[in-house]
Design a protein around this ligand. Sequence first.
Ligand code: PSU
Ligand code: MN
Length: 305
Amino acid sequence: MNRFLKVSEEVSEAIHAHKPVVALESTIISHGMPYPKNVETALNVERIVRQNGAVPATVCIIGGKLTVGASAEEIEYLGKTGLKVPKASRRDLAVLLSQGLDGATTVTTTMIGAHLAGISVFATGGVGGVHRGAETTMDISADLEELAKTPVCVVCAGCKSILDLKLTLEYLETKGVPVIGYQTGELPAFYTDKSGLKVDYRLDSPDEVAGAFRAQRELGFDGGMLVTNPIPHQYAMDPDEINATIDQAVEECRQKGISGKAITPYLLDRIQRLTGGRSLESNIQLVYNNAALGAKIACALCKGA
Ligand code: PSU
Ligand code: MN
């Protein structure tokens, strides 16, 4: 096994027994939500994965180990330490691991950890994408490259409109990443279940998603798959309101000159404050919804294996 990888006993046993496992990320804990809601949410997400028949594996970097299956104490530490835990994308891994440091894994590095450990399904809230204005800033999340080259099925609630959703879909098409709408033909936009953009394919059951993922593996393709699962309607926000808030946050971000990896956490925090915490509640509910679907897909994959 890779000397930088640490897989918890429970997760390791489940993988070896071909039981369903769902990977979970830690940037959402340290950078995506305030303490203590972040810890409470992360522990609830693990519970929901279990209730749906799979073993949760929260991924993070602790003391120079890419940890797959964080303990409750580690989750508490990541949540409490918050922004002081470096947000770790692919380019950060070598230095953080060799220096024995900690890190919060993004979608990119959670996919890497999942794949190294042998986990095929990963559930989260939102993935990174092509930022608005990327034609001049070149700010395109490493998450899209990772989806192109690492064979993990990522379940999310679509992309936030802090991104250019149209360009994000174009980029994924170029990279050969299938974008699946779960029980919808429209790309969900995180806080809302509609974006006005079509997804490549609509699939209606965990079995169908598992079937597509299996086919991709049998074709010998390296890449992953993006399953977009709309926020349950009762938790969705009003599109006009949330889009106006996002526009305001993006404009403030631009005026303050915030750049690079600080952009996404800044915007998430601003949006949460501007909506008086209502967007946080939506965010939490959509993550729960994705955790349940991720577990069902992981179960379907095991059943057909
Ligand atoms: N989008 C969200 N919530 C998040 C993130 C994105 O709605 O927490 C996090 C994820 O960890 C994602 C990362 O992988 O931000 C993308 O950051 P960047 O845009 O810097 O690549
Ligand atoms: Mn970026």
